[in-house]
Design a protein. Structure first.
Lengths: 76, 244
């Protein structure tokens, strides 16, 4: 099963959401590394990383909701 | 020339006024509503809905505006050079060596020039993500003959990829692995994150040891004495903020 199958399967209720939840730690890793670039102070990096993680995860959830809305036209 | 290029990469955020934030908020909401309406109208007129791409672009633009309105800053404003960092300049040989080390080991370049805290942060984050992918795919995501396309990303994390490649070549993929795709994704993203760490290393090398924080896009002939005072204040803040 590919990731896109897991995503659409999660949205349609045929796949356990656990597959999709695995993307959240990846969001945290991306947030930490992108926050570390251009910043020197570690506490500042971590503070920014927390904010970025929340924004990324909320964005991902919004993406899921958006896809589920459009999926009714995309899927046969 | 190098620092001009790096300065262009490191654009600072521009703060928005209250009116600009309100405009982006209204514009963002209007864009999202417009995208939904456009999508539905387009779907009614054309069963294949070939104009749906326009809606997707509208959603991307709209959410971008909403994000700027929420944060109150935009990243696409005036490009300015960041303040210089404390410490001696980094020699070219050390810079090249550090870059190669950063390619081999995440955070290696930072460690070499004495920025140990950031080095550890990069190493732990990237390595944990990389090996989480390895575990999710049960070690079956590093076969070059089978999954060569992923090596376009893996190649940016030199040593760890090499170790995984050499140790897992004999593993077969006879039965389905549930999290195989996630494993590919984790390891590939971690390797690409190492590119960010490598570029950050180069940026630090270009900023270290410099004495003046001259705004990047500013004409030097138009500088006032008060600008120099402001530059020194920025440089002082950078010194205070450095703990690594």
């Amino acid at each position: 099963m590919s990731l896109s199958d897991a995503l659409l399967g999660t949205l349609l209720g045929t796949v356990a959401p656990i597959d999709f939840l695995f993307l959240f730690p990846l969001c945290v890793a991306i947030a930490i590394v992108s926050s570390a670039a251009h910043r020197e102070s570690v506490p500042e990096i971590l503070r920014h990383a927390v904010r970025s993680s929340v924004m990324l995860i909320v964005g991902l959830l919004a993406f899921m909701v958006g896809i589920s809305y459009f999926a009714q036209w995309i899927l046969p | 020339m190098t620092h001009v290029f790096l300065g262009a990469l490191m654009s600072q955020a521009t703060h928005l006024t209250r009116r600009q934030r309100l405009l982006r908020l209204v514009g963002g909401v209007a864009m999202l509503v417009g995208a939904v309406v456009f999508f539905q109208v387009s779907a009614q007129l054309d069963p294949m809905n070939r104009a749906a791409l326009v809606s997707i672009v509208m959603i991307i633009v709209g959410t971008g505006w909403l994000g700027q309105a929420a944060r109150g800053v935009t990243e696409s404003g005036a490009v300015r050079e960041l303040a210089p960092l404390p410490g001696p300049p980094v020699a070219v040989e050390k810079m090249i060596g550090g870059f190669v080390l950063a390619w081999l080991i995440p955070g290696g370049g930072h460690w070499l020039i004495g920025r140990r805290a950031k080095a550890v942060l990069y190493f732990v984050t990237i390595s944990v993500t990389f090996f989480a992918g390895f575990l999710l795919a049960d070690g079956r995501n590093f076969n070059y003959e089978r999954d060569a396309v992923y090596y376009l990303a893996y190649m940016f994390n030199g040593l760890q990829t090499m170790v995984c490649y050499l140790t897992t070549q004999g593993l077969e993929r006879n039965e389905p692995i549930r999290f195989l795709q996630l494993g590919f994704l984790y390891s590939a993203v971690a390797s690409l994150l190492n590119v960010v760490a490598m570029m950050d290393f180069l940026a630090i090398c270009s900023r270290a040891g410099r004495t003046a924080a001259v705004p990047f896009s500013e004409d030097l002939s138009e500088r006032q004495p008060s600008d120099a005072v402001a530059d020194e204040a920025i440089a002082g803040d950078a010194v205070k903020g450095d703990v690594s």
